[in-house]
Design a binder for this molecule. Structure first.
Ligand code: 26V
Length: 837
């Protein structure tokens, strides 16, 4: 098998080369950087400054900055190796990293000199940065969290590897045509990727299908051997992730699929030019596209192949590296922590057992102890439709040995449940790894749970609900296992980089200590009562709104007034997130403005952005409705710019960086109990937006930190939602009692926003009248009232800005450095919390 264990290294060939890396000291001044960038332009890209295009400057800048990261990368790796430090391996199907240049420049403290260096050639750094493709290797919150965590692990010096998939096509590009979403392929690798290093020597064979046989050899206990029918190669591509102040650099290792034989030469030579490439196409298909599914199960064979592909490659890599240092796998859990980011890598539990037992001959019980010590699992959703299960027949056909192992694990768990804990049949079937009721399926959540020593939710409420709902019975069996780790966001990207104006103001006011410890933002809190500070804070917000208004003008040819309230909801489009409630409230407001034009209305701009999974019909209808409402309202002179509605297409990390600092109101209005955490809520509040939201996910803890008076909470609580649903809640009786809501629905159904096709939104409004599963009719009135409270508050600028300042000042706890610190302390025992010796 071609991997770097079998190839001679430079060190082996010549021991003199073992010398530790002593990078040349490089000046951090503009002169040196200008020289280095031009050197890259010349010798790596083959261009002179005279003919270089903006793209070339972008590549050259990335490469010059990358060299400096590499210096830190090598020294970080050498230090971790020398100290034999415990490593965290973060396995995630998604890493929504976005652009990396600004992150790198800022974390290395090179923003000014790089800017000046480029300016010498008449090149603007801000424009260069815009040319970097936005790496969209994720759907939404789960993938972005993985990216924030990678940055925070580097910043807090937790030795870590991120393991995932190098999708050729990331999350689709969204356009809006006639109001509807159109999905187009995304092509982030089209011009190459300056950040990655292909490691052709780090490649592993991944098997699929085939048979399992028992092999009996003299003097050895019988063992199972899996002979896959099909094998593909997983090749590593490494991207360095540099932490704050360049202290530490970790690796994001993404796997790319290749055929073992790139071409079937015999077939080609006999004239079958297409057939000769079939095998390599089939292999490469595994890492070709990211599944655009969020909160519903993608039940495709290719998806299971992706999951196993990256899980197996990562485990083979982890085990091989471990054995380079230790002669046993018994201590794997002391030296490696593998975090399963949701259930997508859960098959790793069975695959590690196979590697330990079948390949390395470990006893089953010991292997199980090692496996549990090594893994931990984070759950990111309670939505039943998102909980992964796979049909047994598919699993068995694709992964026959892993299926046997799952049966064996299941037998052990069930025996323990019956014998030691006295569980009844009903309780046993609830914890079983096999769902017998829906055509026999493997439950990946259950597998991840039993294979881990720690299982966590991502906000306090969500972790509690996990114990009561999906993992109710497993929690009773293993009452110590579930804990909470509330999410966080990296302040580097979500404050320092995206809001330089605010950071300058904070630096001047309280100094720069908060840049190393976000809790120190609290020093800003007293300035909420300082009128001149508030004015400067508001001026920064205004400038950020002007910047967003410009983007809206450029992309949508719609003018929005930065003096109006910017009321923003950006996130994946999903019924539980209730963009529908927001747009219905907008319609009701529109009706009111038209019927009482003489009243003093507060000007508002409603901003929406987000993608809908291509197969999620209702979510796409919601996008269509938002765009239809926008066309009518924005064209109506009767509203006199008091109300504008915009849907900005193609929401991604880079757009979020412009939007977050520009919000006055952050909409976090999910049906209570359904948003596991939310992280956009944190980004907005950190940048001084006021949150209107339900007591859901991390909103609950945000309220604890910023204070009840500084958040605008409305609506049913999680337990009330559950009770109403159980009582057979219906929308129509509530709609009948709410004239504003009734009128808004009537106008949507009457075709006001879909001229000539009044039935266009019948199914959306119909389900609201009927089952109202998402509690829109139930929460509408309190949502409306709370919005009007915000209208009133807007007129008292001192009050509004005081609250905004409190939000920024009190959000320090939501740094992902704090989250990572808790994982490192309570689950991984790594980094500063490693137990040595
Ligand atoms: C994702 C995928 C992606 C690929 C296809 C199949 C599939 C099925 C289910 C899911 C679940 C996505 C779960 C998710 O993104 N959860 C979000 O995680 C955030 C980070 O913890 C959290 O802030 C959000 O509240 C939660 O919705």
């Amino acid at each position: 098998m071609p991997n770097d264990a079998t190839l001679p290294t430079a060190e082996a060939a010549n021991p003199m080369r073992r010398a530790t890396h002593n990078p040349l000291p490089r000046g951090n001044d503009a002169d040196t950087l200008a020289l280095e960038i031009v050197e890259k332009l010349t010798y790596s890209l083959g261009k002179t400054t005279g003919v270089a295009r903006m793209y070339d400057w972008m590549d050259a800048t990335c490469l010059a900055v990358r060299d400096r990261i590499i210096d830190h990368w090598i020294s970080s790796t050498q230090k971790v190796n020398k100290d034999q430090s415990k490593r965290v391996c973060y396995l995630s199907m998604e890493f929504l990293i976005g652009r990396l240049l600004r992150d790198a420049i800022n974390n290395l403290g090179l923003a000014e000199p790089v800017k000046q260096a480029l300016a010498r050639y008449g090149v603007e750094l801000d424009l260069v940065e815009l040319l970097e493709p936005d790496a969209a290797l994720g759907n939404g919150g789960l993938g972005r969290l993985a990216a924030c965590f990678m940055e925070s692990m580097a910043s807090t010096e937790v030795p870590a590897f991120g393991y995932g998939i190098r999708y050729v096509h990331g999350f689709f590009r969204q356009e809006i045509a006639d109001g509807a979403q159109v999905e187009l392929p995304e092509d982030w690798l089209a011009h190459g990727n300056p950040w990655e290093f292909e490691r052709r020597e780090t490649a592993y064979e991944i098997g699929f299908g085939g048979k399992v046989t028992m092999v009996e050899e003299p003097g050895r206990p019988p063992r199972c051997v899996w002979r896959p029918a099909e094998r593909v190669l997983a090749v590593a591509f490494d991207t360095p992730i540099v932490g704050w102040r360049g202290k530490h650099v970790n690796t994001l290792r993404l796997w790319s699929a290749q055929a073992l034989d790139p071409i079937l030469l015999d077939a080609f030579n006999s004239g079958d030019h297409i057939g000769a490439l079939l095998e390599s196409n089939r292999a490469e298909a595994i890492t070709r596209v990211l599944y655009p599914a969020d909160s519903h199960q993608a039940g495709q064979e290719l998806r299971l192949r992706q999951e196993f592909f990256f899980s197996s490659a990562s485990l083979q890599d982890i085990v091989r590296r471990h054995l380079q240092t230790y002669d046993t796998l018994a201590n794997l859990g002391d030296k490696v922590s593998i975090q399963l980011n949701d259930t997508h890598p859960a098959v790793s539990v069975a695959e590690l057992m196979r590697i330990l037992v079948d390949i390395h001959g470990m006893e089953w019980d010991e292997a199980w102890t090692v496996t549990q010590a090594t893994f931990s699992y984070t759950n990111h959703t309670l939505l039943p439709e998102a909980l992964e299960t796979w049909p047994i027949h598919l699993f068995e056909r694709l992964l026959p040995r892993q299926m046997q192992i799952i049966y064996a694990i299941n037998a052990d768990i069930i025996r323990h449940a019956r014998q030691d804990k006295g569980l009844s049949d009903g309780e046993v079937s609830a914890i079983s790894l096999i769902d017998e009721d829906n055509g026999r399926r493997v439950r990946m959540g259950q597998l991840a749970f039993v294979g881990s020593h720690a299982v966590n939710g991502v906000s306090a409420l969500h972790s509690d609900l996990m114990k009561e709902t999906v993992f109710h019975d497993l929690h009773r069996l293993f009452p110590e296992r579930i804990e909470n780790k509330t999410n966080g966001v990296t302040p580097r990207r979500w404050l320092f980089e995206c809001n330089p104006g605010l950071c300058s103001l904070i630096d001047e006011t309280i100094g720069t200590a908060y840049r190393d410890d976000l809790d120190r933002l609290i020093d800003l809190d007293p300035y909420a009562d300082d009128a001149s500070f508030r004015d400067r804070f508001a001026a920064v917000k205004f400038a950020n709104k002007q910047r967003l208004a410009k983007v809206i003008e450029e992309r949508l040819a719609t003018y929005v007034d930065p003096k109006a309230i910017f009321d923003i909801q950006v996130k994946r489009i999903h019924e539980y997130k209730r963009q529908l409630m927001n747009i219905i409230e907008t319609v009701a407001l529109y009706d009111q403005i038209r019927s009482s034009p003489h009243l003093e209305w507060t000007p508002r701009v409603k901003v929406f952005a987000g993608k809908a999974a291509p197969s999620y019909h209702e979510a796409k209808e919601i996008i269509h409705l938002i765009n239809d409402v926008a066309s009518v309202i924005n064209a109506d002179p009767a509203v006199r710019n008091l109300l504008k509605v915009v849907f900005i297409p193609n929401y991604n990390v880079s757009l979020a960086e412009i939007i977050m600092p520009a919000a006055d109101i952050s909409e976090q209005i999910s049906t209570a109990g359904l948003e596991a955490s939310g992280t956009g809520n944190m980004k907005f509040a950190l940048n001084g937006a006021l949150t209107i939201g339900t007591l859901d996910g991390a909103n609950v803890e945000m309220q604890d930190h910023v204070g009840e008076d500084n958040m605008f909470i409305f609506g049913l609580k999680a337990d009330e939602v559950a009770r109403r649903r159980a009582d057979g809640h219906r929308g129509q009786p509530l709609i009948d009692q709410q004239p504003l809501l009734r009128a808004a629905l009537d106008s949507i159904e009457g075709g006001v926003f879909s001229e000539g096709e009044p039935g266009r939104y019948r199914s959306l409004t119909g389900s609201l009248r009927d089952r109202d599963w998402w509690m829109i009719a139930a929460d509408f009135d309190s949502y409306w009232q709370t919005q009007r409270r915000l209208d009133t508050l807007w007129h008292d600028k001192a009050d509004w800005n005081r609250i905004a300042v409190h939000n920024t000042a009190r959000m320090g706890w939501f740094s992902s450095d704090r989250s990572i610190g808790e994982y490192a302390r309570d689950i991984w025992h790594a980094g500063a919390f490693e137990k040595k010796g």
